[in-house]
Ligand binder design. Structure first.
Ligand code: ATP
Length: 451
């Protein structure tokens, strides 16, 4: 062939190109993986020079039309791993209501839509975000325009499937479950079953997450066709550049230690995770009383406030986001430096997602987990899951205790403000739920309400 002086055939050339492309990781490009020119240009415009590991592994398989179960660490570019093949297929066969992406939280749905729009800017892709807490008529109008891609939380999508005239998913060719283990767990069971009943059986299905259920039964519910499992790491790994530590303290001093750590690491951006909506609210008031720039994010806030809070944090006008697990999955805010697990996560997999809000896309970051006398067992489970022991975050007890007086006063103010807010709510008859809803809306299970 080429060696024997004969001209190189196309096949030879292709083989050579493939060999070269595979010789070192650095040389692999989106183009060599089979991504079409216009989408490669979109990646370049985002300054993505090389595909990430999950993209390298999954793109060629997806472009061959296979179903995929994709498992890779947080912040490793899973969104593009499913968005690029969908956009490429859409380019080949322009079809309205072509793909549906299911996500567990509203904020994540908006973020995924932004990524589809950034990657699909050159091909004029139209997306619609269908989530709870937002005006349903406007959404129905957006669906009537028949977008190419729908990104939705399950509850609100079912509402539209049942009540919005003329809306159906009959033309759907791609279904994605992002944060798939969460989408397939019991909280969304009814909604997901309803959705699966009305989407075509002949379709491509992708499941992606940093943690995946091992229960085959659950995975079977997504009715994949001979899926290929693309697993970039064999264990549940946290990112290498993440410096993880813990502090072991009596429960009654948690507030003091939190304030102390926020002061010690001042100048950084923090995400502080709490176990309940109430504790998010209380902790935010406490921090604000002490002059710290905190905003709350939880599932009982009205949607415009949720987006407002997130925006303030994203644009760095606030440096501390205090949140429930509603913010633990998927949110991509590159400047997060420190994750504080103020309340230890009760499900150890949530730990992986929470700390994954920092050290994203090759950056570094740190996490500090508060462990009290009540949390030892949960803490041990986390260490077991991630397969490593965390370092002890050094603290000077006397310095922390010196804050006691101011913190106690702030706790008192926070308690009072919480009480006043609750009384006001009671007066307005809004004790339960995130706000007034019509009977029909009540039927919709609020996505992630309890978070
Ligand atoms: N090839 C690439 N080169 C550089 N940056 C990239 C590349 N692909 C994606 N990114 C960026 O990496 C960041 C993380 O990507 P993404 O949000 O898709 O992560 P993820 O794997 O879905 O994380 P999580 O498990 O937390 O949801 C984003 O800011 C994205 O723009």
């Amino acid at each position: 062939m080429a060696e024997s002086g004969e001209p190189e055939t196309t096949v030879d050339k292709r083989e050579k190109e493939e060999k070269e492309a595979n010789s070192t990781t650095e040389e692999i490009s989106f183009r060599s993986l089979g991504v079409t020119e216009v989408l490669c240009e979109a990646c370049a415009a985002l300054n993505w020079t090389t595909p990430t590991a999950i993209q390298r592994e999954s793109l060629p398989i997806a472009l061959k039309g296979k179903d995929i179960i994709g498992l890779a660490e947080t912040g490793s570019g899973k969104t593009a791993a499913f968005a690029l093949p969908i956009l490429q297929a859409l380019l080949d066969t322009p079809t309205r209501l072509f793909a549906l992406v299911l996500t567990p939280t509203r904020e994540l749905a908006f973020q995924i839509s932004e990524q589809f729009e950034a990657l699909g800017s050159g091909i004029g892709v139209k997306c619609a975000v269908i989530v709870g807490g937002v005006d349903i008529i406007t959404q129905a109008m957006a669906l009537a325009k028949k977008p190419h891609i729908v990104i939705a939380t399950p509850g609100r999508l079912v509402d539209h499937l049942e009540n919005t005239k003329g809306f159906s998913l009959r033309t759907l060719r791609y279904l994605v479950m992002d944060e798939a283990d969460r989408i397939l767990n019991m909280d969304f069971e009814t909604e997901v079953d309803k959705i699966l009943k009305v989407v075509p059986k002949e379709r491509h299905t992708y499941l992606y997450s940093a943690t995946m259920t091992r229960k085959v039964q659950k995975l079977q519910r997504a009715s994949l066709h001979n899926p290929v499992k693309v697993e970039v790491s064999s264990k549940y790994q946290t990112v290498e550049k993440l410096q993880q530590s813990y502090i072991f303290i009596p429960s009654k001093y948690k507030d003091c230690y939190l304030v102390s750590i926020l002061n010690e690491l001042a100048g950084n951006s923090f995400m502080v995770f709490c176990g309940t909506c109430n504790n998010v609210q209380r902790t935010t008031i406490l921090l604000r009383t002490l002059g710290l720039h905190a905003v709350p994010l939880h599932g009982k806030m009205p949607q415009p406030k949720r987006l407002g809070a997130l925006n303030k944090f994203k644009t760095k006008s606030r440096s501390i986001l205090v949140a429930t697990d509603v913010a633990s999955r998927g949110l991509d805010i590159p400047h997060v430096d420190v994750v504080v697990n103020f309340d230890i996560p009760t499900h150890s997999k949530d730990y992986i997602h929470r700390v994954g809000r920092t050290a994203r896309a090759g950056r570094s970051g740190r996490s500090i987990t508060f462990v009290t006398q009540y949390d030892v067992e949960l803490y041990q489970r986390i260490e077991q899951l991630i397969g490593k022991q965390l370092a002890l975050h050094p603290t000077v007890e006397e310095e922390v205790m010196a804050l006691m007086e101011r913190v106690t006063e702030a706790q008192r103010i926070a308690r009072m403000e919480m009480q006043t807010a609750q009384e006001k709510k009671r007066e307005r008859g809004e004790e339960k739920g995130a706000g007034p809803r019509s009977k029909k809306r009540k039927k919709e299970k609020i996505d992630t309400t309890e978070l």
